[in-house]
Design a protein. Structure first.
Length: 199
């Protein structure tokens, strides 16, 4: 997938070293290795206490199993950004969440036709260069080609305010609206649930 001078590719085993380079010694943010949404609090905490080793191992195992847990953006062959996109049942913390999970739609909890975008990450030097939008466009196509009927996300409604990257890692409501997503529910202040039909 190409967009705005960027190439976006699924994370596969042969691209694992690119993700390690992109995430750096901090494992993206605070040794998360983009696994917070995939684990219980106890599991994630154990990974953090191991200086992120458990979290890295989890993402590495998913990748080696062929699960494609997200997409990497490249510019001139160098990895510059990441988005986590997968079937919603892969994200146990989303499914269990009272504020963004299926809730009243609990019959959908195991529905692999609903996919989720849960995280964006770019190194500081790469922010503000259109990478997040390119990743989101690619995620829509990736989910569609993977059989998703719906792509769901849980952005932050920032209004007119600017927020640090660490607080908007799920994306902003404005960017999802630009891509045609519609707010379907809001159970927590500033945290809408948005959806895009892929049928």
């Amino acid at each position: 997938m190409s967009s705005g001078g960027l190439e976006v590719r699924p994370l596969t085993a042969d691209r694992w070293d690119d993700l390690v380079t992109l995430f750096g010694t901090g494992g993206a943010f605070g040794n998360c290795w983009c696994t917070w949404w995939r684990q219980t609090g106890a599991e994630f905490g154990r990974g953090i206490r191991q200086r992120g080793a458990g979290n890295r191992a989890l993402l590495g195992r998913l990748t080696s199993e062929g699960r494609q847990p997200g997409l990497i953006a490249y510019r001139e062959g160098e990895p510059v950004g990441w988005i986590s996109v997968a079937p919603r049942p892969d994200y146990g913390r989303v499914v269990r969440s009272p504020s963004i999970g299926p809730g009243r739609r609990s019959s959908e909890a195991a529905d692999s036709g609903v996919w989720s975008v849960v995280c964006f990450w770019m190194p500081r030097a790469q922010r503000g260069k259109g990478i997040a939008m390119a990743l989101l466009r690619a995620a829509v196509e990736h989910a569609r080609s993977g059989g998703a009927r719906v792509l769901e996300a849980y952005p932050i409604d920032t209004g007119e305010e600017r927020h640090p990257q660490s607080s908007v890692f799920t994306g902003t409501l404005a960017m999802f609206r630009r891509m045609g997503f519609t707010e379907v529910e809001r159970r927590a202040e500033g945290r809408p649930i948005v959806r895009l039909s892929l049928d």
